[in-house]
Write a protein that binds this ligand. Structure first.
Ligand code: SAM
Length: 284
């Protein structure tokens, strides 16, 4: 039986939504605001591949939204069935509704709303061969997304956000991660808790600093699990963090630029720190 309510029609376990004023759509659109993401502990990921990956990795799906014109695609039917089986809501919508949810003219045809997943710093017990990235007050959503994606590609074990940081679950960051947001453990912590954790974690902190005295290629990254500590985009690493580092590393530069972009510097450090662990045949 079908039911009309605020432009919602129930078709089996799928709701068909046509109206932009529908309250469920309004709630989904509100996820563009950090306040609403924090309150509902959820976030949006766009694209069928990302939704499939997230379901595979056991992320809790709250709502699946797809465009009516892809409803018969086997993979869409599969993710819709999984969503229903896991107690999620499935919405079949017009392209206009998808555009307004994703704020894009050419939206992805499938969007998932998932529960955020955070890891506690105290649960991180670094082991030999592991590399973590700690970011001091990262500001730029694109930088953070790129770093999460690069961390995933280099086989890092987690990204630790130290201090007031941009939200890894914002739409812009999630987009830039290209799905790696589901694969890389994320931690949020304060400077004090980070320094407290460092005392007993058995790690070496390699901090990057424009005034660093050590060439990043001369450091021994094998002796202990490594935490690469990266400074804020504008002000660099503050003294209270820099003085706690086991090494202050610098990437040599020439040319006119004062510094490298944070995500680029993180990538260079990561692949150097994990050079001995990465081979071309790793993926088989
Ligand atoms: N004005 C800032 C400063 O004085 O530190 C520039 C910060 S830079 C854009 C952001 C971060 O990227 C730095 O804090 C550092 O962690 C890393 N970084 C950038 N270029 C680097 C280099 N050549 N060597 C080591 N770290 C670098």
């Amino acid at each position: 039986m079908s039911q009309e309510h605020h432009g919602t029609r129930r078709v089996g376990q799928v709701k068909e939504v046509t109206s932009l004023a529908n309250p469920i759509i309004k709630d989904i659109k509100a996820l563009a605001n950090k306040k609403d993401r924090d309150e509902t502990k959820s976030f949006m990921a766009e694209g069928l591949k990302l939704v499939i990956d997230a379901l595979e990795l056991g992320f809790e799906i709250k709502t699946l939204v797809y465009a009516k014109n892809v409803k018969d695609k086997p993979q869409v039917v599969q993710v819709a069935t999984k969503t229903v089986a896991r107690g999620g809501l499935v919405l079949e919508v017009s392209e206009k509704v998808l555009s307004s949810i994703t704020r894009r003219d050419n939206p992805q045809m499938v969007v998932g709303i998932f529960t955020q997943r955070w890891t506690n710093l105290r649960d991180i017990k670094p082991k030999t061969g592991e590399t973590y990235i700690a970011l001091d007050r990262v500001r730029d959503p694109g930088n953070l997304g790129t770093i999460i994606r690069t961390a995933d590609a280099a086989g890092a074990s987690g990204v630790i956000l130290v201090g007031e940081s941009t939200d890894p679950f914002s739409m812009e960051t999630v987009r830039a991660t290209m799905g790696s947001v589901f694969a890389v453990p994320l931690v949020k912590t304060s400077v004090a808790d980070f320094l407290g954790w460092k005392k007993t974690a058995g790690v070496q902190i390699v901090a990057t600093h424009l005034a660093g005295a050590v060439d990043y290629r001369t450091i021994d990254y094998k002796k202990k699990p490594v935490v690469l500590l990266m400074g804020n985009e504008q002000s660099g690493l503050p003294e209270e963090l820099a003085r706690e580092a086991d090494a202050l590393a610098r990437i040599p530069q020439t040319g006119r630029a004062d510094s490298l972009n944070l995500a680029i510097a993180t990538g260079i450090m990561l692949f150097e720190a994990r050079r001995h662990l990465l081979t071309l045949d790793e993926r088989g």
